[in-house]
Design a protein around this ligand. Structure first.
Ligand code: MN
Length: 301
């Protein structure tokens, strides 16, 4: 018989900080005690809460930078994020899309507001999640998964209660398109007022959620409101949400990776020695090359 998950803590939003000159995010894990252990395999959640951006003629975002040892998962609900990397890949993460990038042994990439979106301005809402890789895959070749909105799993909630989009893992027998190295569940839940949705994860898996809009009741008790991040204990399985208003919730779960973490900025490895190697490889150009330039519309390239 499945039992309820107990709540470890409900954390309000941390102070937002800029990422490059194009994004303003709240880094939730920075305010959670023992996040590295509590939230494994997740390493970071930066939420770019919905806001209106003014039009700009400038290219705004983050210039070329490296990653090694983990995956970056870029989610867009509104806005379009352009991406270029040192292997010659480029693309745009548009509304409803997710880019699941396995940096693994290393890439250099840049992330910008897509040019037309930057020029027109308007509502922007997105997030980036970092997912750790097990030691056995930290030095694999990098890969991308371009997960467009039409490929997501979709589960309609009863009584016209909304929809749960499945990005990775499974919900109610529906699988998400993302391939992962360890069990990772990422669900994008849209609940209408008074809708209910139950989520069940193995007790030893991490479970957490971010309320992005509206207000929900958790397991018939505590309330979480917009911008609250909820971490659950590794006791019990079931999380019951009841929407006290129309609500938008990102639900995360995964099997913890029980290996040592050595992290320095964009490198997440197992030992300090591997961090020094990453820095040295980066300085020696082993991550490849990426010009801090992107072709502009109407220009020959
Ligand atoms: Mn990046």
């Amino acid at each position: 018989m499945a039992t309820r998950r107990e709540i470890e803590g409900i954390y309000g939003p941390p102070v937002a900080h800029p990422v490059g000159d194009g994004f303003t995010v709240r880094g939730y894990f920075s305010v959670i005690p023992d996040a590295e252990r509590k939230l494994s395999p997740f390493l970071l959640l930066d939420h770019n809460a919905r806001h209106i951006t003014p039009p700009t003629e400038h290219r705004v975002g983050v210039g070329p930078h490296p990653h090694r040892g983990f995956e970056t998962v870029t989610l867009s609900w509104e806005s379009s994020i352009a991406h270029h990397d040192s292997m010659g890949n480029h693309g745009v993460v548009g509304p409803g899309d997710v880019q699941w990038m396995t940096a693994a042994s290393g890439v250099l990439h840049s992330e910008y507001r897509e040019q037309r979106f930057a020029r027109e301005g308007g509502p922007m809402h997105g997030a980036q999640l970092w997912v750790n890789l097990p030691k056995a895959h930290k030095m694999d070749a990098p890969r991308y998964q371009t997960l467009t909105a039409d490929r997501m799993g979709s589960v309609a909630l009863p009584d016209d209660g909304g929809v749960v989009r499945v990005i990775s893992g499974e919900y109610q027998g529906v699988n998400g398109p993302a391939k992962t190295f360890t069990p990772v569940t990422v669900l994008d839940a849209h609940l209408r007022l008074n809708a209910r949705a139950d989520f069940s994860f193995p007790a030893h898996h991490t479970a957490a959620l971010l309320v992005m809009r509206g207000e929900v009741t958790l397991n018939g008790g505590a309330t979480a409101k917009a911008s609250d991040f909820v971490v659950f204990r590794n006791e019990g399985e079931v999380i019951s949400l009841a929407a006290r208003s129309d609500a938008h919730v990102l639900v995360l779960s995964g099997e913890p990776i029980d290996e040592p973490i050595a992290a320095y900025g964009p490198f997440v490895m197992n030992t300090e020695r591997e961090i020094r190697e990453a820095m040295s490889d980066f300085q020696r150009g082993k991550f490849g090359h990426l010009e801090d330039e992107v072709p502009r519309a109407g220009e020959a390239s």
